[in-house]
Design a protein around this ligand. Sequence first.
Ligand code: AMP
Length: 420
Amino acid sequence: MSTFKAPKGTYDLLPPDSATFLAVREAIARPLRNSGYGYIETPGFESVELFARGVGESTDIVTKEMYAFETKGGSRLALRPEGTASVLRAALEANLHKAGNLPVKLWYSGSYYRYERPQKGRYRHFSQVGAEAIGAEDPALDAELIILADQAYRSLGLRNFRILLNSLGDKECRPVYRAALQDFLRGLDLDEETLRRAEINPLRVLDDKRPDVQKQLTDAPILRDYLCDACKAYHEEVRELITAAGVSFEDDARLVRGLDYYTRTTFEFVHDGLGAQSAVGGGGRYDGLSEMIGGPALPSVGWALGVDRTVLALEAEGVELPLPSVTSVYAVPLGEEARRVLFAKVTELRKLGISTDFAYGGKGLKGAMKNANRSGARFAIVAGERDLAEGVVQLKDMESGDQAPVGLNEIVAELETRLG
Ligand code: AMP
């Protein structure tokens, strides 16, 4: 142990478990790559103002959870709490939307930071894979993203997740609903902070998890009853497209999500084995965000899936991903000359793409074979002075335990054949 520990609310990814995280990222990325999404990487920090305008001044993310700081040069920056605002900023900055190929479809993978109260499934540093389709208003695009996330989860072997779907309306109908909801909330017995929230961002009150608040919300006006005809038709089309794709979902009239930029389609993926932090991913349409950050009108839709919680969901369902054994061949040299000779073989094998490791540190046979075992290698090659004098190495099949000498000049080809 050193004097230092990982900061509160964070944890380290260590082998062998870290392999599962890589596999999850890969499984989420695969359907995106397969559907025209290009990879984008943006900085880990951005101007505070981008998130304040993009995510919303009154959201918890911006008011309470941002790691904001001032640089030596006097810039106000924040570690990114989410991906969408940054990706849209980058796309606008590079004029990707002017290349004449809308929607611009992008995917990303990275670390995000929120100063939250840590608990299982909720961390201050977490990992997301996300996708954004920028610059098209088309229900098929919303449907595509929902279907791709569903595919990603299913390809991992997850079954006990549900898709919650709602429409938040647009700039025509949402304000009417907002006013009606505000009227209703003003008549309730709510604490000061919640009343204040009702004035700034009434939809967020619907998200309040406290039972005494929820109880009072039973008769709250429902957005669905206020949707304009265009929003209704759009939403119906999204529902039909994902139904036709065989993806089941639940209509959830209360789903609002914690970010201000959403319009129309909103959805969340929840997993029933995770307790309080049940959202494994979420997203929706954000037709107004581009203008909010100073860009042109670019209707867009996207999602972000949480890697940490997806791994927890796999654990909850008892799904073990078929992770390939890390090492195929383990070389054990006995003595100085064997070290030089086997080390050269190791390099040759690696060049051929065969994952190979080596017993370093001049261990004796027993200790080295223990390491070979632990490595999960399918074969070990062992050589001592006598073997070298005879021009052979011992090839040991770690599964059967069989061992036989193979010519030094043949061993690489032999392993290549045996490993297929
Ligand atoms: P959000 O942007 O809040 O909708 O987050 C999208 C997804 O990221 C969530 O569904 C979670 O899976 C994940 N996520 C968000 N915040 C955290 C956190 N503090 N710790 C772990 N995962 C998180």
